[in-house]
Design a protein around this ligand. Structure first.
Ligand code: RRO
Length: 305
């Protein structure tokens, strides 16, 4: 009898299992990312890195809401150059690294992609979907023309596969995914956070200094699943599901919709570093109990024949 395998091939990147952390959650140092890998993730994803260090928005930048968390961090990060050593350290320890990154212009996206490529990242995750900053830096991914342009520019500079992370805050999800594919994306990560807000009734003010923030956690999952469903129906490249994964069932839902892998963000806040391994183990048990031998056999099964 052949052995059951959790290994997946993501646009040429071979991972021991299909579970990663989501960008922005724990990705700020090699030490924390090593813990993510030790917790059982198949690869680790860095905080989104830009061309220069950035302190982000003033507090409060995070608030718990019904079914999740709203954040308006504002892209705080130490800069891509600072992270080169962290990527090299992780690589030395055999940890597959996905470097998430952004720029304030298409040219900056290209430059940062070059730096992270040269540092040895195994894949790049192009973040053109941050809801918390000015248009160019955050939401270039808000329309198909810019999505295709920024993806094509990054592909010119990038050596490893490029995952393009899309926003749910758009009307034509499938059209934007197709634009990323035309630009040369090797995979799509779906999705970033959903724009929302919360109000303090005593202060009679918005809670976040930025007023609006991005919603993540269980409340995001039905929206993100719908996005994955639409994207998988529109493109021929792998899709990575992201949004509200805390338990193995969440991950299996994404995979049945056609995702080849998942990322866990908010879930780690409640469940700790072991969440990655526990979700991977739950997927393994599901495969075993249902007579499957590998993850690929259940990708897209909810879509019917
Ligand atoms: O740093 C942030 O405010 C942030 C980013 Br870069 C992102 O991509 N998504 C998000 O919810 N917050």
């Amino acid at each position: 009898m052949s052995q059951l395998s959790l290994a997946v091939d993501l646009a040429g990147l071979r991972l021991r299992n299909p579970v990663m952390n989501a960008a922005g959650v724990l990705g700020i140092s090699s030490r924390l990312l090593r813990r993510v890998y030790e917790g059982g993730a198949g690869a680790v994803v860095t905080k989104s890195l830009g061309p220069v260090p950035r302190s982000g928005h003033r507090n409060p930048t995070l608030v718990s809401v019904e079914g999740g968390v709203l954040n308006a961090m504002g892209l705080p990060n130490p800069g891509a150059d600072y992270f080169i050593d962290a990527i090299r350290e992780l690589k030395r320890d055999g940890v597959p690294v996905v470097a998430s990154f952004f720029g304030a212009s298409i040219e900056e996206f290209r430059e940062v992609a070059g730096v992270l490529s040269d540092a040895g990242a195994d894949a790049l995750e192009l973040n053109c979907s941050c809801p918390n900053v000015e248009e160019e830096m955050g939401m270039l991914g808000g329309d198909p023309v810019n999505t295709e342009r920024v993806t094509a520019a990054v592909k010119e500079a990038a050596k490893p596969p490029v995952f393009v992370k899309l926003s749910p805050n758009v009307t034509d999800m499938a059209g934007i995914a197709r634009a990323a594919e035309r630009g040369g994306a090797d995979a799509i990560t779906a999705v970033n956070t959903l724009k929302g807000m919360a109000v303090d009734v005593d202060l009679r003010r918005p809670i976040l200094t930025n007023v609006t923030g991005g919603l993540s956690g269980p409340a995001l999952k039905p929206v993100a699943l719908r996005c994955v469903w639409e994207i998988v129906g529109a493109v021929d490249i792998p899709v990575i599901g992201c949004g509200g994964v805390s338990y193995w069932r969440d991950a299996v839902e994404y995979i049945l919709c056609g995702a080849s892998a998942v990322e866990i963000g908010t879930g780690v806040m409640e469940r700790g570093f072991d969440v990655y391994g526990e979700v991977a183990e739950g997927i393994r048990r599901y495969l075993e109990e249902n007579g499957f031998r590998e993850v690929g056999e259940i990708v897209g099964l909810a879509r019917g024949g």
